[in-house]
Design a protein around this ligand. Sequence first.
Ligand code: G3P
Ligand code: CA
Length: 266
Amino acid sequence: MTVETTSGFPPYLSLQAHRGAAGLAPENTPAAFRAAIALGVDAAELDLQATKDRVVVVIHDDTVDRTTDGRGRVGDLTLAEIKRLDAGSKFDAAFCGERVPTLRELIDLVKAGGNPQFRLNLEIKFAEGRAGQPPDLEERVLAVLRECGFLDRVITQSFHHASAAKMKRLAPGIPAGLLVGQRRQPADPVTAVRRHGVDYYAPHHSLVTSDLLRMLHGAGIAVVTWTVNDPADMRRLIIAGLGTLPGDGIISDFPDRLVNLRKFWK
Ligand code: G3P
Ligand code: CA
């Protein structure tokens, strides 16, 4: 029987803040990304969609209803309309005035953050399939990255595996991953990754076992898992072998917990 042992914090584990740092500040807002950068994590995950006038913005749901004081589908609202909305108060009154950022604004914020190693994990979102979203969302995201000179500081992922594959075809140099939900694990994850021509596997943390890690790592495929908020789960994943292959990552709403784990690991 093989016993998994780990000595020291895993060398390749990228600590990633979910939706900025959604447990600490309003998700996907500038305040959340500033919090993530200040904590010293390696990257922040975020969700991308396009407005009615085809500007790429950072927002999770297909509507603005849950996270802002407005109503309506992201794809039916112009950037000017979305910019009028308060994206902070529903989290806490202290964040009143936070706005939905564009991808370009967020990249500027990261560049100003002073950590040239800090990366963004871009989730291409197509809530309800592609309804309300342009067929060229991937091209629009890449155009922003090119214009901002930020191509080498991102990875991408999507639950829509055709989109992940398209991103990889359009920008082979950017690591792309397949997001996999709790009830949608493919029968053969290695084959799924290879069939889509992408680089890594991004399962819900409940799917991650030492066997799964061994199988994917054995095939040279990294694993980026989400959304891990309980320190006991973080520890379990590390002991199972997460972070032993370059490209591995762990995503949390509470990046402060990830940082503490790394700091006090034994
Ligand atoms: O990084 C993966 C995670 O963000 C996927 O779930 O719904 O939070 O976008 P969701
Ligand atoms: Ca996401």
